[in-house]
Design a protein around this ligand. Structure first.
Ligand code: PRP
Length: 187
């Protein structure tokens, strides 16, 4: 295993993306974002909690003045999506006329981003685009335009680098696959 977190790592089946692979990809994405948003009024909106780690690494590679904000939404209980998007915390600023970049850790069914982009577009921003570290297309039900994609991943239950299982494992420095036995007996 990559790091020294044995309490967490005993539940990891395999490492899918190392921290080094992630940082290299973020550099490429951040360079594109820097180019695309030059002269624009950029506000980066992190969708908590999953995007926290990705967002903090990504913004430190973007060479532009930018504003930050966060939303807290939730649609999952355990490993299953509920299909309902709850806004637990809304934006704290007005996005009228601003260029919004939504930052997500994972695009799965698309339910979350479908609802969020529609909601934010109704507030008259100049633009709304999406950056997602991971794209898991197998169960997509909504048509989502993903402008900045980190990695396409297979249909496995991934944890780490912000992603959780029952609120745990977010602090692993890489993306790993959770051992089935960890969630098999619980659902
Ligand atoms: C996860 C993830 C995305 C969403 C993606 O959030 O962070 O917001 O699910 O899935 P979808 O494309 O099927 O909608 P979750 O509800 O687990 O909350 P979290 O970010 O706090 O972990």
């Amino acid at each position: 295993m990559e790091n020294q977190l044995p309490m967490l790592e005993k539940d990891v089946k395999k490492i899918l993306l190392t921290n080094e692979q992630i940082q290299q990809r973020l550099k490429v994405l951040a360079e594109r974002i820097t180019e695309d948003y030059k002269g624009k009024d950029l506000i980066v909106v992190g969708i908590l909690k999953g995007s926290a780690v990705f967002m903090t690494d990504l913004i430190r590679k973007i060479d532009l003045p930018l504003q930050l904000d966060f939303m807290v939404v939730s649609s999952y209980a355990g490993t299953q999506t509920t299909g309902q998007v709850q806004i637990l915390k809304d934006l704290s600023v007005d996005i009228t006329g601003k260029d919004v970049l939504l930052v997500e850790d994972i695009l799965d069914t698309g339910t979350t981003l479908f609802h969020l982009t529609n909601l934010l577009k109704s507030r008259n921003p100049a633009s709304v685009k999406i950056a997602s570290l991971l794209n898991k297309p197998d169960h997509r039900t909504a048509d989502i335009d993903l402008e900045y994609e980190g990695f396409v991943i297979p249909d496995e239950f991934v944890i780490g680098y912000g992603l959780d299982y029952d609120e745990k494992y977010r602090n692993l420095p890489y993306i790993g696959v959770l051992k089935e036995e960890v969630y098999m007996n619980k659902e």
